[in-house]
Design a protein around this ligand. Structure first.
Ligand code: ARG
Length: 457
């Protein structure tokens, strides 16, 4: 059934109907569509625009539709243009006359703007929960690995020793910012467009504050044209989702590297790995690769909607129907990635011994050797040169700085004494870095306390 047949003399071409219809995807928010309609009719009755009998008939009818959709006895079918038409048609079929009064003082333009906001808001809450779950998991790993030494890298070359807790903490920071971005978006978008009509409000004495309150908004939107034409909050969300996807992808890339035969820093659990159809020895990090790959898809959604919106004159235009599939897909994709990634991390084993051995064999303590000389009065630039010579000597002999004899040290610089060995031990290198934000245990413990409080809040 159509909502707009009156002024037409011909049937819609079937291809036009198919091309125009959105029911195949906007049925995803049937729940929110019904919720919005209930608030709308309650307000209409309160304002004396609808009788209480009509209100009750409509609300009961809508509740019945929702129940039947949920238990599968009512099926959504493709002859309807969109979910709004479907609900109104079934309602009228079921309760008669009163059903035809549901759309009083409303347009599909403010209706769809409302439905999409309600849907997105629910999804933001779910996404926030998933990010929080990941943060909780990361914090657990941090607490367990406050003294697991590993090399920190720049240019993917060993640089200075850090701890696993410190490395994971970097990602905690990223996902914590993602969490706060989601909260910001939720706060900024939480104004209700219902009552904006097609674009210019309506002539009925609607109480927009009331519907906003019923639906959990902070108030009504203040410009009816913007209300039906605004998709900024989706752009913000897709941008935040792209950032989450980018963070997940970077982390996955590291896990893939750490999980290689060459690194062996971690082992992804069997339950999160896959095999090869031909090579019996293989155990592949497919999940990490897929999550890394899916970032492209989420970025695509952001670029799509930015491009769709850039040339749309005020107010509503049908182009905006394109916001749905890509937003739904990006949300579902990121939700899936967050859940899988959290499961992968929580079941993964970290190889303390391999990480520590790797930190020892890569001159990650070279800066500390230079700092030792500086503390004994050598200018830093000269110290840098001297340690460069030590490193060259070690590379030729195939040993670490820790393995050189004191005589060998002294042959390059007489400043070195027995205490050089302690100065360049992994433990000293890490523990000396105790300013807040650094990997030293004391600093790390303070940061972990801050994170704990954050997660409890
Ligand atoms: N399916 C439409 C959308 O997603 C609903 C709004 C239709 N409004 C209209 N004037 N045709 O945007």
């Amino acid at each position: 059934m159509k909502l707009w047949g009156g002024r037409f003399t011909k049937e819609t071409n079937q291809l036009v109907h198919n091309f125009n219809a959105s029911i195949s995807f906007d049925q995803k928010f049937y729940h929110q569509d019904i919720e919005g309609s209930m608030a709308h009719v309650k307000m209409l009755a309160k304002q004396g625009i609808l009788t209480e009998e009509d209100r009750d008939a409509i609300v009961n009818g809508l509740m019945g539709i929702r129940k039947d959709l949920e238990n599968g006895t009512l099926l959504i079918t493709a002859e309807h243009e969109d979910i709004h038409s479907f609900v109104e048609a079934v309602l009228t079929e079921r309760i008669g006359e009163a059903g035809k009064r549901l759309h009083t003082g409303r347009s599909r333009n403010d209706q769809v703007a409302l439905d999409m906001k309600l849907y997105t808001r629910d999804e933001i809450d779910e996404l926030s929960g998933l990010v929080k779950g990941l943060l909780t998991e990361l914090l657990k790993v941090m607490e367990e690995h406050i003294d697991t030494y590993m090399p920190g890298f720049t240019h993917l070359q060993k640089a200075q020793p850090i701890t696993l807790a410190h490395h994971i903490g970097a990602y905690f920071e990223m996902f914590d910012r993602d969490f706060s971005r989601l909260s910001d978006i939720r706060k900024r978008m939480n104004y209700c467009p219902l009552g904006s009509g097609a674009l210019a409000g309506t002539t009925y004495p609607l109480d927009r504050e009331y519907t906003a309150e019923l639906l959990g908004f902070d108030g009504p939107t203040l410009n009816s044209m913007d209300s039906v034409a605004d998709r900024d909050y989706l752009i913000e969300l897709l941008s935040a989702l792209s950032t989450i996807a980018m963070h997940l992808s970077r982390f996955c890339e590291e896990i893939i590297i750490w999980n290689t035969n060459e690194y062996r820093f971690v082992e992804i659990d069997d339950s999160y790995s896959t095999g090869s159809s031909i090579m019996p020895q293989k155990k592949n990090p497919d999940i990490a690769e897929l999550i890394r790959g899916k970032a492209g898809r989420v970025y695509g959604a952001l670029v799509s909607i930015l491009t769709t919106m850039k040339g749309i004159p005020l107010a509503y235009n049908k182009d905006m129907q394109e916001d749905k599939e890509l937003t739904f897909d990006a949300i579902d994709t990121v939700k899936g990635c967050l859940a899988l990634f959290t499961g992968m991390i929580s079941s993964m084993s970290f190889r303390k011994d391999v990480m520590e051995a790797s930190a020892k064999n890569g001159f990650t303590n070279a800066t500390d050797a230079a700092d030792y000389l500086v503390n004994h009065g050598v200018p830093f630039r000269d110290a840098h040169g001297i340690v460069g010579q030590l490193v060259l000597f070690c590379i030729e002999k195939g040993i670490a700085l820790d393995d050189m004899t004191l005589e060998e040290y002294k042959a390059i610089s007489p400043v070195f004494e027995q205490d050089i060995y302690d100065a360049i031990s992994l433990k000293t290198c890490v523990e000396k870095r105790m300013t807040i934000g650094a990997p030293g245990q004391e600093a790390m413990k303070k940061v972990i306390e801050i994170y704990k409080k954050k997660l409890e809040a």
